[in-house]
Design a protein around this ligand. Structure first.
Ligand code: KE4
Length: 427
């Protein structure tokens, strides 16, 4: 495979963009090579600037659950373009998208569209503080909720990959309002509520942690969080930016049967366009301006192109019988192939169509076990796969996303590549 053009583009891009990229995890730093510049994508495939073809399991970090450039989604966006790109005024499409969201996630009785997952979570936290009159929040070490100041505390995803889970530039006075618990360790949550009685506005959690690799909730963990937040008058916020419409139409709250007070969404609800959302019970959401005194705004919130892509994506998902069963089935096949190909050197976690493989001999069920994995081995695995035309997340601390465009041919080829990589890496 030739990477000349990507290398050239990277070398020029570093002169204009920090690290040559517009988001850190794209920089391939954790796998010690320059990033690939993508020219276009279709279905399950990416095509880089040198014309190499890859089966894509990043799927733009989750949005492309239908695969790239799905014809229905592209046509919907093209049609929307003809009518004007943005008005800064309400449109029927925003109502349509809000109704689609509520139909699938009834806890989101009232929702607000924004332009990213970061904005959704930042706004939901502000709302929880406004609603409760309390300032402190709990998050989990290794979970990632976007880059708003208070949430770049022990953060996952690119922050963890770059060894900067506590970003520079976040005032200590602000960071101290973010209390950090351990995912899948109820006692760490109990301790924080006991140490800060009456001070905690909300507990924020990824219902499936997917930013320290994939770490599903242990049985009872989410219902424990539901009960303890109720007991202490704190709001439970499910950050479903990844799991929303990924684990099923009702996201993790339906998949695990636990209902939060507020939910944040992103990625899939935009179908590849910039969309986030936060929502919940009317009594809480009514506090959001202009109906209430918690201010939040956005020039391009709910713009016609983004809502067109989101509406079409959710419509295709809801109108394609068996689509989630197929996604999960393919993810299970990949997980099994990983275990067969790498044996006891790895542990594989899977939740719906999210898969995470860790190079470690111990089960990965929390932050400590996730970061104990061998990231150098992961980098070797990444290279062994990309050479075979399989494009994986360039970091151990991300998820593998399966899309509806990954058919029999792609899954079979990926399983063969896993077997070959397992042999080559001394499986
Ligand atoms: P965005 O602001 O990137 O749209 O969403 C932030 C966010 C919020 N909550 C969760 C659970 C998330 O996973 C994310 C963003 N996910 C990362 C990938 N793990 C985005 C990729 C990137 O940062 O480039």
């Amino acid at each position: 495979m030739e990477f000349t053009r990507s290398q050239q583009l990277y070398e020029e891009s570093v002169q204009y963009l920090p690290g040559g990229v517009n988001s850190p995890v794209r920089a391939f730093r954790a796998v010690d090579r320059h990033p690939l510049f993508i020219d276009h994508a279709k279905g399950a495939y990416l095509y880089d600037a040198d014309g190499n073809q890859y089966i894509d399991y990043v799927c733009s970090w989750g949005p492309c659950i239908l695969g790239h450039a799905h014809p229905c989604v592209v046509r919907a966006v093209q049609r929307a373009c003809e009518g004007g790109l943005t008005f800064g005024a309400p449109t029927e499409q925003e109502l349509t998208l809000a109704k689609l969201i509520r139909a699938c996630m009834p806890s989101m009785e009232v929702s607000r569209l924004v332009s990213s997952g970061t904005e959704a979570v930042m706004s939901a936290v502000r709302l929880a503080r406004g609603f409760t009159g309390r300032d402190k929040i709990i998050k989990f070490r290794g979970c990632y909720h976007g880059h708003s100041d208070g949430l770049l505390v022990k953060a996952g995803s690119g922050a963890l990959t770059q060894s900067a889970p506590d970003s520079l530039g976040v005032p200590a006075d602000y960071a101290k309002l973010t209390l950090v618990a351990e995912y899948n360790h109820p006692e760490s949550v109990e301790r924080l509520f006991a140490e800060h009685p009456g001070e905690i506005a909300a507990l924020l959690v990824e219902p499936v942690a997917a930013n320290m690799g994939v770490v599903p909730p242990e049985s009872g963990f989410l219902s424990f969080l539901r009960e303890i937040t109720k007991d202490h008058g704190a709001l439970l916020i499910f950050d479903e930016v990844i799991t929303g419409f990924r684990l099923g139409p009702g996201g993790a709250q339906e998949y695990y049967g636990v209902t939060p007070d507020l939910t944040t969404l992103g990625k899939i609800i935009g179908g590849g366009m910039p969309v986030g959302a936060y929502g919940g019970k009317r009594e809480i959401m009514e506090l959001v301006a202009p109906s209430g005194a918690v201010y939040q705004a956005g020039t391009l919130s709910g713009n016609p192109l983004a809502t067109a892509a989101g509406i079409e994506t959710l419509t295709v998902l809801s109108q394609t019988p068996g689509i989630y069963a197929q996604l999960d089935q393919n993810a299970k096949r990949l997980a099994a192939a990983m275990r067969e190909s790498f044996g006891e050197r790895v542990r594989v976690n899977q939740a719906g169509s999210l898969v995470g493989m860790f190079f470690t001999g111990q089960n990965v069920m929390d932050y400590e076990t996730a970061v104990s994995s061998d990231t150098a081995a992961y980098a070797r695995y990444f290279h062994a796969m990309i050479k075979q035309g399989i494009y994986l997340a360039p970091s151990q601390y991300e998820a593998m996303f399966v899309s509806a465009a990954h058919g029999e041919a792609e899954i079979t080829k990926t399983c063969e590549a896993l077997r070959s990589a397992g042999e080559r890496l001394g499986g």
